[in-house]
Design a protein around this ligand. Structure first.
Ligand code: GLN
Length: 562
């Protein structure tokens, strides 16, 4: 029998519910249990794929090609396992199934109602995903905050599950305790209300994780415990941290794992791995001081007066993992390349970076600035790593400035151009023609064959790899020969040779771009081979000295293969 932990939010969103769920999971894995996690997003969208990046943040792509919420990325990074499409749910998805079933007469002529049929479908999805992933403990993060209209039916499903399996379901409320600057005191009232709002949905919180700038003191713990009828030692202090990777360690110090297991009538398993590997990662994060300065060219930052970097979260994390892998301190800066379109003399500032990443993107805004950036990096031998759109733009740059195809462009940018070195994949034409945008890109994991002698081959140390994709356009094969003759190396291709997956340039410290998104598969303890190789190039001659590898018998450090 599996156990279920619902993680719900109180007071306000954006206080790290996903990271809290992922951290609880990591702690329980350390106790020897198999753990997985489900994300529930209460919006109507069937998936996150059609949303604007400033609206939603990153779209995280799973191995099986689902376009999901960035929290699935957190789960994968913390739990060090692939999380599949079954573990992602939206209101749209739930209703879609119920309506389809009704149309197929699967409710046997009954009146299909919001309650109980919607919560029942939610429960079916949760239990099915748990069975399929063979997990002992499933975390279920309910998006939004309690008291919101949007997630009511998910809470109703959770309540029903609790009633059906009383000892197998628990609730963790992630709350927020403000310290108003004029008052100077940490206030518990919003949390007290959140606990009561949850009670009015028929749910009692077993734990309250108190997110705040500072640790929670005894007085406030007592207050929340008494007003909310919760055991004082189930009120957990969760103060802000320098790095999110510290959180499992902090939870372990508060014995969160053992306390949860006790409620389930379980305890740590014999020979459980503990958190030693995680602790060593945190030690590295806390001690690294030699910086590697990486610039990321982006555009999806602005929401009103605020700047968010959520759209690039997996890229950011992958850079950090690779830097830590090499015992270096990641220093990430944002480059707005649109500036270079008007003031090309500013390109000089790119010299201050040890390396630059051009990540994925869509549409034509800022494209020329990105192409100028890539040209500068190529000519000035500054390490360059292109991801998805980054590969397409690097190909355009090379076609224009090395092959002399002056007007080279992508069909996405200019659909009438005669020189589309990047064009739409043939199987995508119909999708666009009929406005079929939802979940129709080339999505998920596909194999890729690497050329021996390439930088990529050296990085992965194997010939066939598998990486995740999300795109509609590709390198136009009609230009392959011309590009190749001018020196562009197609270092990775689909096994049928139809699609270019990686381009590289020799005689450059690191000029590599991928049609896939390697960032989705980067994990904190080992990094990702291409990001590791990129950061190594950014470190210049220092190479891998002192990297966080595996210690060999004679005490030498050796890089772990992916
Ligand atoms: N816009 C490009 C395409 O659809 C690249 C997509 C991306 O960077 N994810 O092919």
């Amino acid at each position: 029998m599996s156990k279920y932990i619902f993680v719900v939010g109180g007071v306000m969103s954006g206080v790290g519910k996903g990271i809290a769920a992922a951290s609880i999971g990591r702690v329980l894995q350390g106790k020897g249990y198999s753990v997985s996690a489900i994300k529930i997003d209460p919006y109507i969208n069937v998936d996150a794929g059609t949303m604007n990046p400033t609206e939603h943040g990153e779209v995280f792509v799973t191995e099986d090609g689902d376009e999901t919420d960035q929290d699935l990325g957190n789960y994968e990074r913390f739990l060090d396992k692939n999380i599949l499409s079954d573990n992602y749910m939206t209101t749209g998805r739930v209703y879609q199934t119920v309506i389809e079933r009704e149309r197929n007469l699967e409710y046997g002529g009954k009146c299909v109602e919001v309650v109980p049929h919607i919560p029942e479908e939610i429960i079916r999805r949760i239990t099915d995903a748990t069975k399929k992933s063979e997990t002992e403990i499933m975390l279920i993060e309910v998006g939004g905050t309690i008291g919101e209209y949007q997630n009511m039916l998910f809470l109703e499903a959770a309540r029903m599950m609790k009633m059906q399996n009383f000892h197998d379901v628990i609730f963790v409320l992630v709350s927020f305790l403000p310290v108003p600057s004029k008052v100077g005191e940490m206030k518990t009232k919003p949390t007290q209300y959140a606990i009561r709002t949850l009670n009015s949905a028929g749910i009692r919180a077993d734990f309250v994780l108190c997110r705040a700038e500072k640790p929670l003191d005894k007085i406030r713990k007592q207050k929340i415990a008494i007003s909310g009828s919760i055991f004082p030692d189930h009120i957990i202090s969760a103060p802000d941290v320098e790095s999110i990777y510290e959180i499992p360690i902090n939870f372990e110090a508060e014995e969160v794992g053992n306390k949860i297991l006790k409620l389930f009538g379980w305890g740590p398993k014999m020979g459980a791995p503990g958190l030693a590997d995680w602790q060593s990662l945190v030690n590295t994060i806390e001690t690294v001081d030699q910086p590697v300065k990486i610039g990321i060219v982006g555009k999806y930052f602005k929401t009103g007066d605020f700047v968010l970097k959520d759209s690039y979260i997996s890229v950011i994390e992958a850079v950090k993992h690779a830097c830590w892998f090499h015992n270096r301190k990641p220093e990430i800066e944002w480059i707005n390349s649109e500036v270079y379109e008007k003031e090309p003399e500013k390109l000089e500032e790119l010299k201050k970076y040890d390396g630059v990443i051009v990540p994925g993107g869509f549409g034509s805004r800022g494209i020329e600035g990105k192409i100028l950036t890539i040209k500068y990096l190529r000519e000035n031998k500054i390490p360059f790593f292109g991801l998805c759109y980054g590969l397409q733009l690097a190909t355009i740059e090379f076609a224009r400035n090395v092959c002399g195809i002056t007007n080279a462009t992508s069909e996405e940018i200019d659909s009438d151009s005669k020189e589309q070195v990047i064009h739409i994949m043939p199987d995508q034409v119909e999708n666009i023609k009929h406005n079929r945008y939802g979940s129709t890109m080339r999505l998920g994991a596909f194999p890729c064959v690497l050329s021996e002698n390439s930088i990529s081959f050296k990085a992965y140390n194997k010939k066939e790899i598998s990486e995740r994709h999300r795109h509609r356009y590709e390198v136009n094969n009609e230009y392959r020969e011309q590009l190749e003759q001018a020196g562009l190396v197609f270092a990775g291709k689909s096994p049928d040779d139809r699609l270019v997956e990686i381009i590289e340039l020799p005689d450059h410290p690191f000029f590599v771009a991928t049609q896939f998104h390697p960032e989705f598969k980067s994990r904190p303890l080992v990094g990702h081979p291409l990001f590791n190789e990129f950061v190594k190039a950014c470190m210049g001659k220092n190479g891998v000295d002192g990297s966080r590898g595996v210690e060999t018998e004679d005490g030498e450090l050796q890089i772990v293969n992916y």
